[in-house]
Design a protein around this ligand. Structure first.
Ligand code: KIV
Ligand code: ZN
Length: 514
């Protein structure tokens, strides 16, 4: 019997810390449901002390998810732990993940604490967390740059205090595989009570080594990996779930453990996270990139046709790549639409929400003959769903472009219910549209990113546009989808502007507040 490798997904917490990737409560619940279908063992739903919105999101995930354990992050502070305990109250199975920094630079410069004080805080935090749940994880932040002897001391103390999982974070992505693997082996060997806890790792990808470091840790005794869908996360991201899981599954000759994941759900999760956050997946990304299973050169194709194993180490179907399926069309009725949405994990909260989505589906079906799952996902995500509470609404857009002429755009918006018209010229239709919108909404933000992706193939496909705005360090991603990319772009700009207006202030978990 092989050991179980616990997959701890932190897309909703560390993933969300990626600038511009913040998600609404409903979006988090949708992703959590997709992760539950993927059968991840633990879902880290957020940092409840960050803001009232984050608290509610963790609570909503805890209330909804039945099969995976739901975890909340807390600094080693009483008030953070109480918030996490409260947010997780209704979870079927809950975990509190508490942490404090242990590297000399973090202890001195960030915490202004002596090592002994750090141990005291850690022990106190774990004991307090145990009052809410018997499943407590402790992380010595920046373990990758901490002294091994100090790690041994603090980890021994928190196990005695009741920690059941010890997570070793390479917070700044500094480690390299052989050395990181050796650290895990040393900790397990040197800590006298190490057999009373599961060792976990949480690797950042600053040097592109997050997956390699995580797998080296597994070979050396770690039995939990913390990872995210598409490798989303702070800076260069975290270890990518799909790569970790498929490496372990594909190389069963090498790894001494198995995961319990239903890998056929991977691609769906990847597309969902990409569409909700507006972070596109590069085509050559392992496992979930559009080219990951494509063979172009004749010699490869010939080999694959004769025997797929000549050039394929995994089957595309095993991770959920199927040929785009035409699921619905112009003549599909309300019931067919609703039941496909339910199969995709989406529940409508009211009749009017369903009617609204069905109306948009019909509008799309008039423009686009074949409707794929990806179109449906986009239809219900923020991409095409203006919200009741949106202050700015796009009413109409007219863009004119002609060779040799300066492109022009005219736009009609409502702002807080009042109608405004504006027009502008630009270097292209998108530029002119953005200038016309900005002239009315006056966000004063800088446009940091503009990207367009095809949701499916074909020239009638919907284009999915991401617009990232930065206003004095507040970063938001706006999304828009339409069969016309100028309209998709305008929707994305308006979506970003609405987010700038509504974004609440959050506390970042890794900023000291003691
Ligand atoms: O990278 C890190 O150290 C973290 C901790 C909060 C576990 O995300
Ligand atoms: Zn992290």
């Amino acid at each position: 019997m092989k050991d179980k490798l616990i997959i701890f997904d932190t897309t909703l917490r560390d993933g969300e810390q990626s600038p511009g990737a913040s998600m609404t409560r409903d979006e988090k619940v949708r992703i959590a449901k997709a992760l539950e279908r993927l059968k991840v063992d633990v879902i880290e739903a957020g940092f409840p002390a960050a803001s009232p919105g984050d608290f509610e999101s963790v609570q909503a995930v805890a209330d909804t998810i039945k099969d995976s354990m739901v975890c909340g992050l807390a600094r080693a502070l009483d008030r953070d732990i109480d918030k996490a305990g409260e947010a997780l109250k209704n979870a079927n199975a809950s975990r509190i993940h508490t942490f404090i920094a242990t590297s000399p630079i973090h202890m001195q410069q960030k915490l202004h604490m002596e090592p002994e004080q750090v141990i005291e805080h850690a022990v106190r935090a774990v004991k307090r967390a145990r009052q809410y749940t018997d499943n407590v994880e402790f992380s010595p932040e920046d373990a990758g740059r901490s002294e091994e002897d100090f790690l041994c001391r603090i980890l021994e103390a928190v196990i005695d205090a009741g920690a059941t999982t010890l997570n070793i974070p390479d917070t700044v992505g500094y480690s390299v595989p052989a050395q990181f693997g050796a650290t895990i082996a040393n900790l397990i060997e040197k800590i006298p009570n190490s057999d009373k806890a599961i060792f976990s790792v949480h690797c950042h990808n600053d040097l592109g080594l997050a997956v390699a470091n995580s797998l080296a840790a597994v070979i050396n005794g770690a039995r939990q990996i913390e990872c995210t869908i598409n490798g989303l996360g702070e800076r260069a991201g975290n270890a990518s779930l799909e790569e970790v899981v498929m490496a372990v599954r594909t190389r069963q000759d090498y790894f001494p453990c198995v995961t319990g994941l239903d890998t056929r759900e991977i691609v769906h999760c990847s597309k969902l996270v990409s569409s909700i956050t507006g972070f596109p997946v590069q085509p050559n990304k392992a496992i979930v990139g559009a080219n990951a299973f494509a063979h172009e050169s004749g010699i490869h194709q010939d080999g694959v046709l004769k025997n797929p194993e000549t050039y394929e180490i995994m089957q595309a179907e095993d991770v959920g790549w199927t040929a785009n399926r035409m699921v619905l069309g112009k003549h599909s009725g309300r019931n067919a639409f609703k039941s496909r949405m339910t199969e995709l994990g989406y529940e409508f909260h009211s009749e009017s929400e369903l009617n609204d989505a069905f109306f948009r589906f019909k509008q799309l079906a008039d423009k686009k003959h074949d409707i794929f799952d990806e179109d449906l996902e986009a239809l219900i995500s923020e991409v095409t769903t203006p919200k009741e509470e949106d202050v700015i609404k796009l009413i109409s857009l007219k863009a004119h472009t002609e060779t040799g002429e300066v492109p022009q755009a005219s736009v009609t918006l409502t702002i807080a219910g009042k109608e405004y018209n504006g027009s502008a010229s630009g270097s292209g239709s998108v530029d002119a549209s953005f200038k016309a919108i900005e002239g009315l909404v006056k966000t004063g933000a800088d446009l940091e990113l503009y990207s367009v992706n095809n949701i499916t193939t074909g020239t009638d496909a919907q284009g999915e546009v991401t617009v990232r705005l930065d206003k004095a360090g507040r970063i938001v991603n706006g999304l828009g989808a339409d069969t016309d990319i100028v309209i998709a772009s305008a929707k994305a700009y308006v979506n970003a502007a609405n987010k700038l207006l509504s974004k609440e202030n959050k506390q970042h978990p890794q900023i000291a507040d003691v």
